[in-house]
Design a protein around this ligand. Structure first.
Ligand code: GDP
Length: 308
């Protein structure tokens, strides 16, 4: 069988958004179809489907909490996943592969805004070093394969992605799904809403549907060997984010900032000039609209959501 496109990790946030776009002749695989940490299993699925192109989304991810608790697991499983997927793709003759990392894998002490060229210029933040070093190896493996086998493997680097079908775990999730879930709980129980840290850190949030649209664009149009950052470049504080979420959900209680919980990096603004050069008119979903859609999805799916 020959498939035009294979999407790994398709049960996740961006995979879910890609399904909505319904690209033709596409196989969406999840961990039910293959254990990508196992080379035999990975190779079997690639040799059966023989995809022409691949969007590699599968990863073991978590928010700040998950990264601090599971550094070993995140390191090992991400290294294995990527090693196996890129190698199986090469053996199956895949023409083009896009894999995803995140701006959280950039050096902790880095020149801002973060530019694609700075990826390896220093150690990552200690809170996520296991995940970050594993993810950086995706870029190294892609470059090495390009060098030896001329493989057209490219790396996209989105900032903080959110949207429907996220992991809403209160301990391991990212800030947006965790706060939506915690706000829902606080409303049902008549409690305060607890927000980790000081509320001062700044992040660039990008809606999963936007990343899905950009992934399809990259497949057809991006031929550089260097990575590309995917973000609107708009920074929002955690405080402002929390106020927007509580406004949408109609939470009337108090917001309590828990200083015993970590802030992580204070900010990590990204350089979006490369993306803007290619797509000057790309319209990112405004944060409020993306949050409304995410909250709506959460409320209509609860408790059948990941992490609940
Ligand atoms: P990252 O720090 O960019 O990798 O992503 P996160 O989504 O884990 O956290 C972003 C920021 O949100 C950090 O400054 C956290 O301190 C803050 N934050 C506030 N409440 C929460 C929460 O419930 N969960 C998480 N993960 N972060 C939170």
């Amino acid at each position: 069988m020959n498939t035009d496109l294979l999407v790994t990790g398709s049960a996740g946030l961006v995979g879910h958004a890609l399904r909505q776009l319904d690209p033709p002749d596409t196989a969406f695989i999840t961990r039910e179809h293959a254990d990508l940490t196992d080379f035999g299993s990975t190779n079997t699925v690639f040799s059966l489907l023989r995809p022409r192109r691949v969007v590699h989304l599968a990863a073991v991810v978590g928010g700040l909490g998950g990264n601090m608790i599971h550094s070993g697991e995140y390191f090992r499983n991400n290294i294995l996943l990527n090693l196996n997927v890129l190698e199986a793709a090469r053996l199956a003759g895949v023409e083009k592969l896009i894999s995803f990392m995140s701006t959280c894998v950039f050096p902790d002490r880095c020149q801002y805004p973060l530019n694609e060229a700075f990826l390896h210029h220093g150690p990552p933040h200690p809170s996520n070093f296991g995940y970050a070093y594993a993810k950086r190896m995706l870029e190294v493996q892609s470059a090495a394969y390009r060098n030896e086998w001329n493989s057209d493997y490219i790396v996209a680097i989105p900032t903080n992605i959110y949207g429907p079908n996220d992991n809403f775990s209160l301990t391991d999730g990212h800030v947006i799904p965790s706060l939506i879930h915690r706000c829902h709980q606080a409303m049902r129980r008549g409690e305060d809403l607890v927000i980790w840290g000081s509320g001062k850190p700044l992040r660039e949030f990008v809606y999963s549907g936007d990343i899905a649209r950009l992934a399809l664009w990259l497949l057809d149009n991006y031929n550089e060997d260097q990575p590309i950052i995917l973000s609107s470049g708009i920074e929002v504080s955690i405080m402002e984010l929390a106020e927007t979420i509580t406004g949408i959900m109609g939470f009337k209680g108090r917001l309590v900032f828990d200083a015993t919980k970590p802030d992580g990096q204070l900010r990590k603004p990204s350089d979006v000039s490369k993306l803007q050069r290619y797509l000057p008119d790309f319209e990112f979903t405004p944060l409020r609209k993306g949050l409304e859609q995410t909250v709506e999805w959460f409320l209509s799916s609860y408790p059948q959501v990941r992490g609940a």
